[in-house]
Design a protein around this ligand. Sequence first.
Ligand code: 8YV
Length: 322
Amino acid sequence: MQKKVVVFSQIDSEILQRLEQQFKVVNINPKLGDVNQQILEHSADADAMIGAGRLLNSKNLAYAKKLKVISSVSVGYDNYDLSYLNQQKIWLTHTPHVLTETTADLAFSLLMSAARRIPELDQWTKQGQWSRTVGPSQFGMDIFGKTIGIIGLGHIGAAIARRAFHGFNMNVLYHNRREKIEVAEAFSAQFCALDDLLKKSDFVVVAVDLNAASQALIGERELALMQANAVLVNISRGAVVDEKALIQALKDKQIFAAGLDVYEKEPLHSSELFQLNNVVTLPHVGSATHATRKRMAELAYQNLIDALSDKQPRYLVNPVFE
Ligand code: 8YV
């Protein structure tokens, strides 16, 4: 019998076509009503699921008794209830590495946009407010030669450090669960306690995975340790930063600015952040380039095919069910 694949978010059209040629494919479509209800119904007889950006857990997978694999088109897998998947013996796969450089590019774009106030000044110029040479009220912060503190020196964190060190002659500090001696050596990066990093950095970039230890890692106390001219960039997950505390710090000008790609709740339709001009807000686009999303989709497809052919997928999150 033909296997069934549930596609739970928009994916690359060529990959979708390839799936449709081999499997019975059902697309979850928010226009057709409640997404969790659709997932609950369609996963009941599904062999595989592929997509990103949806919370999958014991509630919406309650009937998924045949499900062999969930292939996530993402590197992060905080959207999935791993202990439930382990209990149900459902494989979870992800797409690391192929998005590292693109996401590091975006971290730097946010850092530069927030420091040099690019979106705000773009609006200002387009509104015809440029009547004479700009003054201090349009000035930003230097980047070249400054200190960057990277929280989480994984693949993406290291790619950010490389840009900072080689491209911008920055002094690199990092905080990580454990010291990363070799990576750090390549960029003369200095291992720091979190508080130290926050106090010493002109730019703080959050690049850590979301897990129990990193949840609300940056809150009111941590923001208060940052310098008044510092910029905070978050490209990891919204829940790593206490958004309410950040909004207050930005309102009070306790820090200079923030650049955000991720939020506690996504998609974000309305927020006090939208009223502030010292924050640059992007709609979770860390990996969103044509080429990178294609590579991620290819990898996710391969993971799914391997799993359905009873082969252990290359990028399996849970090789041993605990
Ligand atoms: C995802 C991401 O593609 O890979 C990740 O973990 O955050 C993004 O690159 C995005 O979450 C898809 O919605």
